[in-house]
Ligand binder design. Structure first.
Ligand code: ADP
Ligand code: MG
Length: 409
């Protein structure tokens, strides 16, 4: 893919119609909000398309196109405002990105997003692109018909049945022990297309974020060590030695291969499992990809000289992609709605006074006003001069806010 003729678009410029250089984003959640902040800091105007009047990104953007993602008028309005458009969530209809691409640059493109929207497509793509790097997917079977359900090999059980589309944060997944549970689980998922994955003995999980430009240049952040609780990311730790160097290199190479194979443009995150295969460090298994900035990359805002959101801005606008440098060890703790509820389920205000008194704590709240369990309300990143100090502070913050996952890390 070569750079579109209308790029680069520089911030602070005005087009022929007199409009200031504006970048657009499909989706108005927290990822869109942090993207908007990064774009605005550089001097761009921003436009967000999201149906929700109170979307976190819509509230902070110059323009908020408040329509559905497939609304032709909304898409036309976004296209007319923007010099380039990106997306902040992978379930935006690929057809909407295709419609926008008729008017101007869209990164990532509809084809890449369509792959990430469907676990079946995604696994085929992984198999085709990362074999070189020696990283495979979990053993799996596609279940779209009763015949495929019947034919499932016993080797895949116990397993996890996952809907092919629309799953996130552990939603759309059922753990099954045997064929009877599998059949019941598929029925409970309304017999939509699914994949059954073998349940793997996870030692750990990690992710890698890269940014790739229109010209094929690719830069990457160091591998993130992630802890999930209840299927939702709880903790990300990033510092020298957070995982064995050989595995880090391999995860990085696999992620670059995945991005290169589809001529990806923009920020891409690939999630991996580290499994116990009897070897010293374990083996890497590629799990899934997110065609956008990722929760495990939020630490880049505070611990790196350029963030994942800065790189999304650079990539889509055709600006140079500098190699990011992490300048501080970092631990990111997710703040779910549970933090706003006491043990009896009654609303409470978290003890920010105590948390904000800790050195190197960076609090990010997304402007969501109603907290409910499991809802991503914000995160905090701890930075510091050394890993031991960062860990000690993170432990204190986790204790003050009763956050899960860190002690296990
Ligand atoms: P989501 O789209 O919800 O993030 P994932 O496929 O990443 O879906 O699954 C969520 C979490 O469930 C993973 O981060 C991991 O902790 C666990 N998990 C998923 N697949 C497997 C598997 N095959 N074996 C063991 N654990 C798994
Ligand atoms: Mg996941």
């Amino acid at each position: 893919m070569s750079t579109p003729t209308t790029l680069p678009v520089f911030p602070g410029t005005v087009n022929a119609a007199g409009h200031p250089a504006t970048l657009g984003v499909m989706g108005g959640g927290q990822l869109g909000r942090m993207f908007v902040h990064a774009a605005q800091r550089l001097g761009y105007f921003t436009a967000v398309l999201d149906p929700d009047a109170h979307s976190p990104a819509g509230r902070v953007s110059h323009h908020h196109v408040q329509t559905g993602y497939s609304d032709a008028r909304g898409l036309a309005q976004l296209a007319s405002l923007c010099a380039a458009v990106t997306t902040e969530f992978e379930n935006v209809p690929a057809s909407a990105l295709q419609a926008l691409a008729a008017h101007g640059p869209v990164a990532p493109g509809a084809a890449a997003v369509a792959i990430a929207q469907d676990r079946i497509e995604e696994k085929s793509h992984f198999t085709a692109s990362v074999g070189v790097a020696g990283v495979a997917c979990a053993p799996y079977a596609v279940i779209e018909t009763p015949e495929q359900l019947q034919a499932v090999s016993a080797d895949l059980l116990p397993g996890i049945l996952k809907t092919a589309r629309m799953g996130y944060d552990g939603k759309g997944q059922v753990r099954v022990k045997d064929a009877a549970e599998l059949a019941a689980a598929w029925a409970s998922l309304k017999e939509v297309p699914c994949v059954l994955e073998k349940l793997l003995p996870l030692k750990a999980e990690c992710s890698v974020i890269v940014a790739r430009g229109w010209d094929g240049r690719i830069v990457s952040f160091p591998p993130q060590f992630n802890v999930h609780v209840g299927g939702i990311l709880a903790v990300t730790e990033v510092y020298e030695g957070n995982m064995p160097a050989a595995l880090a290199t391999r995860a990085q190479a696999a992620t670059e291969a995945i991005a290169n194979h589809i001529n990806y443009v923009g920020v891409l995150c690939v999630e991996f499992f580290l499994i116990d295969d009897g070897s010293e460090h374990g083996a890497l298994v590629v799990n899934e990809m997110a065609p956008r900035p990722h929760n495990s990359g939020h630490y880049t805002l505070d611990a790196c000289d350029v963030s994942q959101f800065d790189l999304q801005v650079h990539a889509m606008a055709g600006l140079p992609l500098p190699q990011p440098r992490q300048h501080s060890p970092a631990i990111m703790l997710n703040l779910l709605g549970d933090v706003w509820l006491d043990a009896a389920g009654q609303p409470r205000t978290p003890d920010w006074q105590a948390v904000l008194a800790l050195p190197g704590v960076h609090l990010h709240l997304y402007g969501k006003l109603d907290a409910h369990p499991g809802r991503k309300m914000g995160h905090l990143t701890v930075t510091g001069a050394d890993v031991a100090g960062v860990k000690a502070t993170a432990r204190q913050a986790a204790a003050i806010l009763s956050l899960p996952g860190f002690e296990a890390a």
